[in-house]
Structures are given as C-alpha cells and as structure tokens.
Design a binder for this molecule. Structure first.
Ligand code: AMP
Length: 273
C-alpha cells in the first residue's frame, strides 16, 4: 500500500495509470462500516484509494474537532490488511489556503435537519469532497447511507456541477444489537450506549408500522418520539428521497431520519423504506 500526503503527488501518481479508481473518503477511526465501503470499492474497481482527513471546515466552533478520535497507526494497518492500494493522508495546510474559493451548500436542503443545528457544516463538507474528488478523479466514490443528508447533497452537487464521478450509496452497517456503527460511538459510556439503542428501536418501530400498512408519517413520528424519550431529540423526520416532507410513507421512496443527543454526543441514524 502506498501512503501519500501531498495532493499533487497523489494526482500525478493516479494520472499515470489507466485503471478504474474507487474512492472512499473518511475521517479515520475506521470501523466495520468504513470497511464495507472499502470492500464494495474493491469489488467494483481496479484501484482503491482511501482518504483520511478530519476536515476542519465542516466542524462548527465548539464542536469536537480537537477531540475527534484519531487512530492513525491502527487505520494504516486496517487499510493495508483490507487491500487498499493508496492511502491519502493530507495535512490541512495542503488542502486549504488563506483566501479560499469554497462551495456553498444549497439554502434549503443544506440548512434543514443536521444543517439546521450545524449551519455551515454542509458547505465545509461539500467543499472538501469536491477538493478530494478533484485530486483523486475517481471512477466511483463510495458514501454511506447512514449520512443520508450528506449523500443527498453530494448527489446534488455531482448533478448540478455536471461532474462525471459515479456516486455509490452503501447500506448502513450496525452492531449486533442494532446501533449504527460510528466513529463517535467511542464517546459513549456503557449507560449512554444502552440509551443510544433507542435510536435503532425507534427506526424498527417505524419499519414495523409501515409493514402493518400504517403510512401516516405524523402517527409514525409520534410513536418514534415516545420510544426516544427522554433523549434530547434534534429531529425525527420522514422524507422522500429528494428530502421533501411526506404526509404518507411512499414505499421505495422514503427515508426515516433521527438525530438525538446522548449526553454530549450527537448520533444520527436512518432507514430507507
Ligand atoms: P466518516 O469517517 O464518519 O466521515 O465516514 C466516512 C464514510 O463512511 C461516510 O460516507 C459515511 O457515511 C460512511 N459510514 C460511516 N458509518 C457507516 C456505517 N455504520 N455503515 C456504512 N457506512 C458508514
């Protein structure tokens, strides 16, 4: 496995081969969820590039940028063992300059749900994803459905900016008890982790209500909120795949999304129905 930290060196290196390239951008502290993206990328491409970059511009003031889990050495080993061809480990100073050209998240879709509690987060995210895609120039790039709003905005960016990369959405990987895997789960104490299970339980409730043909989104959201008590709920929402509100669940075109705070940790999860 080659490890490169200089963006221009990586760009030159990848330009010199004519192979299909799969790209998996991450912020490190790799877990099985990341590995499923890497695995799918390996199956579909000749070369797999993973990036590890804790992007400062998508963290708001007071958020966990400084304490975000960093496991550089373990991550390198995991990538090596997973058959990653190139690991891109850039320094912030090589990604950002003093006077920056940057992307602005769309005014509506970028400022609802997670964007409402984290204004500017998605502008930072889109900017770094655009930079990384321009450096790697992949055939396909892999993103988790767990970050459904991020995925939606990236798809929108690729469409509206006429980019040629194919975005591949990968299913959410969960712990055996249902908790969605996340680098931030390490912040949870034992008791908080038990409380966090209310998130996947509430999503299972939505799933089983829809199975019983209860499609009224107000009713489903009410029952989900009951299950989530007493957690601090940022949102419980049922939207179509274009992120527009739904009165009734449309099978094959709906996403049920939850964001809660467990102690100081913000956790998101969703299911696609
Ligand atoms: P992160 O390192 O948290 O920025 O995540 C990097 C990529 O992995 C993003 O596309 C995430 O959506 C994806 N991801 C994170 N957690 C999971 C999970 N549990 N299952 C599948 N993909 C995930």
């Amino acid at each position: 496995m080659k490890i490169i930290s200089d963006p221009l060196e990586l760009k030159t290196y990848l330009k010199s081969n004519n192979k299909t390239v799969g790209f998996v951008p991450t912020m490190g502290a790799l877990h099985e969820g990341h590995l499923s993206l890497i695995k799918q990328s390996k199956e579909q491409n000749e070369v797999v590039v993973v990036s590890i970059f804790v992007n400062p511009t998508q963290f708001l003031k007071g958020e966990d940028l400084d304490k975000y889990p960093r496991k550089d050495e373990a991550d390198k080993k995991i990538c090596e063992l997973s058959g990653v061809d190139v690991l891109f480990f850039p320094h912030a100073k090589d990604i950002y300059g003093d006077d920056e050209v940057s992307l602005q998240a769309p005014n509506v879709r970028g400022y609802v749900l997670e964007g409402a509690s984290r204004p500017g987060h998605f502008s930072g995210m889109l900017t770094v994803v655009m930079k990384l895609l321009n450096i790697v120039n992949p055939t396909r790039a892999y993103f988790g459905k767990k970050d459904a709003q991020q995925l939606n905005l990236i798809n929108l960016m690729v469409k509206q900016l006429f980019m040629s990369v194919e975005i591949v959405a990968v299913d959410t990987l969960r712990e055996s008890d249902g908790l969605a895997m996340s680098s931030r789960n390490v912040y949870l104490s034992k008791d908080e982790r038990v409380e966090a299970l209310k998130i996947s339980t509430s999503l299972q409730k939505a799933f089983s209500m829809v199975n019983q043909n209860i499609l009224d989104t107000k009713e489903i959201k009410k029952q989900m909120r009951e299950i989530l008590k007493p957690l601090e709920i940022s949102y419980v929402e049922i939207l179509n795949r274009d992120f527009l509100p739904l009165e009734f669940v449309e099978l094959g075109n709906s996403i049920v999304l939850v964001e809660v705070k467990v102690a100081n940790t913000r956790l998101l999860d969703n299911i696609w129905l």
